[in-house]
Design a protein around this ligand. Structure first.
Ligand code: HEC
Length: 212
C-alpha cells in the first residue's frame, strides 16, 4: 500500500508553512494595546509643550506680543513726571474745558487764570473728587452746568498730576500738588459724595483754612 504523498512529509509541512506565512494576517477580534512608544511620545510632547508655555508665558496676556517680556524691575518704579501724567489725565477734561484750558464761553468755565485752579489746592482737589453742580461763578461769569466727579476714575496720584498740570499750563503758575493732599481730601469726603454747589464748596474750603 502506498500512500499518495508518502514521501517526505517534513518537506510538505515546510511548504505549507511557507504558504501560510506568505498570507496576510487574519483580522482579529478585540483591541490591541496602544504601543508603548507612541504613549511615551505623546507624554513627551505634552510635557514639552507645557514646559514651553510656562517658560514663554507672554505675561499670560493676549495683549503681550513678546514671549518673554522684560520682567518689571522690582522695587520703586521710576518716578513719573506729574506734568506728563497730568497731560494724559487732562485728556478727560478737554471735551469741556478744551485743550487750551479756555473752556467754552457760557457753558464750560476756563481753567486759565482761574483762582479755583491756582488757588487753594484743597479746594481744587475737592472740586475734582466730587464734581460741581449748578450756578458757579468763575472770573465774573456764571456757569450753570455740571462738572462730573472724578473720584471713581482717577487715583490720588493721577488727580494730583492733573492738578499740577492745570496749575502749570497756559501761563498758570502754582505749586505742584502731592498725592497725599488728594488722599487727605478724598478721605475727608468719603461720606460726602454729592457734587458741590457754589455755597457748599465755599463752606468746605473756608473755615478750616489749614492750607494756603
Ligand atoms: C462734562 C464737562 C466737564 C468735564 C469733562 C470736566 N469739567 Fe471741569 N467743570 C465743568 C463745568 C460745567 C464746571 C462749572 C461747574 C458748574 O457749572 O456747575 C467745571 C468746573 C471746573 C473747575 C472750577 C472752575 C474753574 O474753571 O476753575 C475746575 C478747576 C475744573 N472744572 C477742572 C476740571 C478738570 C481738571 C477736569 C478733568 C479731570 C474737568 N474739569 C473735567 C465741566 C467739566
Amino acid at each position: 500500500m502506498s500512500a499518495p504523498h508518502s514521501d517526505n512529509l517534513p518537506d510538505r509541512i515546510i511548504q505549507m508553512h511557507e504558504q501560510a506565512v506568505r498570507e496576510m494576517v487574519e483580522p482579529r477580534d478585540g483591541i490591541s494595546p496602544t504601543p508603548v512608544t507612541f504613549l511615551l511620545m505623546c507624554f513627551f510632547f505634552t510635557a514639552w509643550g507645557g514646559y514651553y508655555i510656562a517658560d514663554n508665558p507672554g505675561a499670560w496676556s493676549g495683549m503681550e506680543y513678546n514671549e518673554k517680556p522684560a520682567t518689571v524691575a522690582a522695587g520703586p518704579s521710576a518716578p513719573v513726571d506729574p506734568m506728563v501724567m497730568g497731560r494724559e489725565v487732562f485728556g478727560a477734561c478737554t471735551q469741556c474745558h478744551q485743550a487750551d484750558g479756555k473752556g467754552v464761553a457760557g457753558t464750560y468755565p476756563p481753567l486759565v487764570a482761574s483762582d479755583y485752579v491756582t488757588g487753594d489746592e484743597r479746594r481744587l482737589a475737592a472740586i475734582l473728587v466730587n464734581g460741581v453742580n449748578g450756578p458757579f461763578v468763575v472770573n465774573g461769569a456764571t456757569y450753570n452746568s455740571e462738572m462730573p466727579k472724578w473720584r471713581d476714575y482717577f487715583n490720588d496720584e493721577e488727580l494730583a498730576a492733573v492738578m499740577t498740570f492745570v496749575r502749570n499750563s497756559w501761563g498758570n503758575k502754582a505749586p505742584a500738588v502731592s498725592k497725599d493732599t488728594v488722599a487727605k481730601v478724598r478721605a475727608e469726603l468719603v461720606d460726602k459724595p454729592n457734587a458741590w454747589t457754589a455755597s457748599s464748596l465755599a463752606e468746605f474750603s473756608a473755615p478750616k483754612g489749614d492750607t494756603k
